[in-house]
Design a protein around this ligand. Structure first.
Ligand code: ATP
Length: 317
């Protein structure tokens, strides 16, 4: 039985690994503007809440409690609803309310998580009975991170991040996150700058790309994940985009160093940044690290959170 209102939890993700293999080519061997990536993604308990309410009229209404989130058709949650209304015409419109907890432009896939929640919620509200594969395919049309956000947990992600291999969930790992409120990094800027600086070293052929994928750090990190070896996971965190984001934003580099000086198991930037995170074995260690970073960097613009790894994506509340 479908209902007229739904509340959904939309968790953020961090990247335990983000390596750039080269340019992605289309079937004719031409670069399509995307990168071939090797990533390991992890959902965390820092999450937005999405409330959906069925409207009698054929319209999308969007509200958000965060002033920087766009409320027009550029919002990924709005785009998700528009895509569903286009694919399944004749169903009721929807009011979407986003309670924003995930910082914006942070490398934590906040917009993608919101879009994934709208897909799941409308599937339920309209009683469509879509399979996970059908939802993933709709998600892929909205953004590379949306398919991961739907299912969540821990996953190896290849291609532009949409070829997913879900792994057994990791739990009882804590994460301290830091981001300067007023600093956002545009994901396209980070990838374009990386291409400008490092394209000469990209794998040029499909065979070279395969070899690069195999030589990436994913093998040893996947082994550490399979063994639930938190210390090894912490040591093997990798993010190629640090090479462009940290030099452009020295304050993020300082935040990273400050986190690294705490008793954490590994520190890295997530996605295209500028959020930096550190892993901890216990909530107490994570809380202590957060308090020490707060004491070391007395800047009110710096926001800090403690969250936990979680083994799910979109959840009904
Ligand atoms: P990713 O890691 O997937 O690249 P991100 O965490 O870096 O994403 P988002 O928080 O998703 O970035 O926001 C990036 C931009 O997208 C913002 O500047 C904002 O204008 C726009 N945006 C569109 N929809 C949303 C949404 N629902 N929530 C937040 N930002 C959104």
């Amino acid at each position: 039985m479908s209902r007229s209102t739904y509340k959904l939890l939309a968790p953020a993700k961090i990247n335990l690994l983000l390596q750039i293999v080269g340019d992605q080519f289309d079937d004719n061997g031409r670069s399509n503007g995307y990168h071939e990536l090797v990533m390991i993604m992890q959902s965390i308990s820092l999450a937005d809440q999405i409330h959906l309410r069925s409207l009698g009229v054929d319209r999308i209404q969007l509200h958000c409690d965060h002033p920087q989130v766009p409320l027009d058709s550029s919002n990924l949650a709005h785009r998700a609803a528009a895509l569903m209304m286009q694919k399944f015409p004749g169903l009721s419109g929807v009011e979407i309310t986003i309670h924003k907890q995930i910082p914006i432009g942070a490398g934590l896939a906040g917009g993608s998580a919101d879009a994934a929640a709208v897909l799941v919620g409308l599937d339920l509200m309209w009683n469509l009975g879509l399979t996970q594969t059908e939802l993933q395919s709709l998600g892929g049309q909205l953004g590379s991170d949306v398919p991961f956000c739907l299912e969540g947990g821990t996953a190896l992600a290849l291609g532009r991040g949409d070829q997913l291999d879900f792994l057994p969930g990791l739990e009882n790992i804590y994460v301290v996150l830091g981001k300067y409120r007023s600093l956002s990094v545009s994901t396209p800027w980070a990838y374009q700058t990386y291409r400008q600086q490092f394209q000469a070293s990209y794998a040029k052929t499909p065979a070279e790309q395969d070899a690069r994928r195999h030589a990436s750090g994913s093998g040893s990190l996947l082994k550490a994940i399979a063994q639930r070896d938190i210390a090894q996971i912490g040591q093997r965190l990798t993010n190629d985009l640090e090479r462009v984001v940290l030099p452009a934003h020295p304050q993020v580099a300082v935040l990273r160093q400050t986190l690294q000086a705490q008793n954490l198991l590994g520190v890295m930037m997530s996605g295209s940044g500028p959020t930096v995170f550190g892993l901890a074995e216990s909530a107490a260690t994570a809380d202590q690290a957060k308090a020490r970073v707060r004491a070391a960097i007395a800047d009110p613009d710096l926001e800090l959170w403690v969250a936990q790894f979680c083994s799910h994506g979109i959840r009904l509340l």
